[in-house]
Write a protein that binds this ligand. Structure first.
Ligand code: ATP
Length: 263
């Protein structure tokens, strides 16, 4: 048996809602610093898988490991303390606070989770330094005083990424980070995600194949609650089972849509 320590590992993970098994023996081994996109048809269980990894749902059976340690059964904040951060949604932003204040809140939460309160108070300058650093990473330093509600949609989504990475998690889960963006915004945003998550392990659920192929080192294809392929983009694209189950029709649709938009 392999002794390699994975950043995220799923072993025969199952999840039932009532009598219906939604995740049906999922296996996945994500190495540190890998960028992985989880793709699959609607209802395949992608969000459920994210909810299991982040601790929002308890698995019915199987093992989930973070950096080698079992985390299945732990509440989300315990998993977060161990270095996993799941994306904020635009709806989680404090709309009446500035960019700086939003990020600072996220930095403070993470420090509170990690340190005793006395230490946390003595580290206020660290909090501000970290806040500055994160604002630069998401390219919102020049909007530091803008209220979140006055940002463009793409900027709000960048702020979400900032709040997600603020605590310095080594494993980051992003749920459809470019959903709702225009093509040109999406391209810029993929670059922003790349830079902001440099060196981290990234798991993302994504429907846009342009983003998937532009961002991911590896793609996990989830169909009916099972990972039917986990490989590099080229190999996944060439995989006959994936073509048949999902990718063939999706790629054809997205190529047709892109041709329509340009034609
Ligand atoms: N809390 C829940 N209780 C009962 N059923 C659920 C629950 N959450 C998800 N499901 C069911 O699990 C299945 C998978 O849902 P999930 O949202 O994980 O799929 P998905 O792959 O993320 O889909 P999409 O691409 O459409 O977002 C669906 O049939 C859904 O109705």
């Amino acid at each position: 048996m392999s002794t390699e320590t994975y950043a995220v590992e799923l072993r025969d993970v199952r999840k039932r809602f009532g009598k219906t098994e939604i995740i049906r023996g999922a296996n996945l081994q994500v190495r540190p610093s890998e960028r992985v996109a989880i793709i699959g048809p609607n209802g395949a269980g992608k969000s459920t898988l994210f909810n299991l990894i982040s601790g929002r749902f308890a698995a019915s059976s199987g093992e989930i490991r973070l950096n080698g340690e079992r985390v299945d059964g732990m509440p989300p904040y315990e998993i977060n303390r161990r270095g996993l951060s799941r994306s904020f949604q635009v709806s989680n932003l404090f709309t009446r606070l500035s960019v700086f204040e939003n990020i600072r809140c996220a930095v403070l939460w993470s420090m509170k989770a990690h340190y005793a309160f006395w230490r946390f108070l003595s580290d206020m300058h660290d909090v501000n330094d970290r806040t500055e650093q994160v604002m630069e990473m998401i390219k919102l330093d020049r909007k530091r005083n803008a209220l979140a509600m006055n940002l463009t949609y793409a900027e709000q989504r960048a702020l979400e990424i900032g709040m997600t990475i603020a605590g310095g998690a080594s494993v980051v889960l992003l749920d459809e980070p470019t959903a709702g963006m225009s093509q040109s915004e999406t391209q810029r945003f993929v670059q922003l995600i790349r830079e902001a998550t440099e060196g981290k392990t990234l798991l993302t659920v994504e429907h846009d194949m342009g983003v998937v192929f532009g961002l991911a080192d590896k793609i996990a294809v989830l169909v009916y609650g099972e990972v039917i392929a986990f490989d590099t983009p080229d190999k996944v694209r060439a995989n006959a089972r994936v073509q048949e189950a999902y990718l063939g029709s999706v790629l054809a649709e997205q190529q047709a849509a892109a041709a329509g938009a340009h034609g």
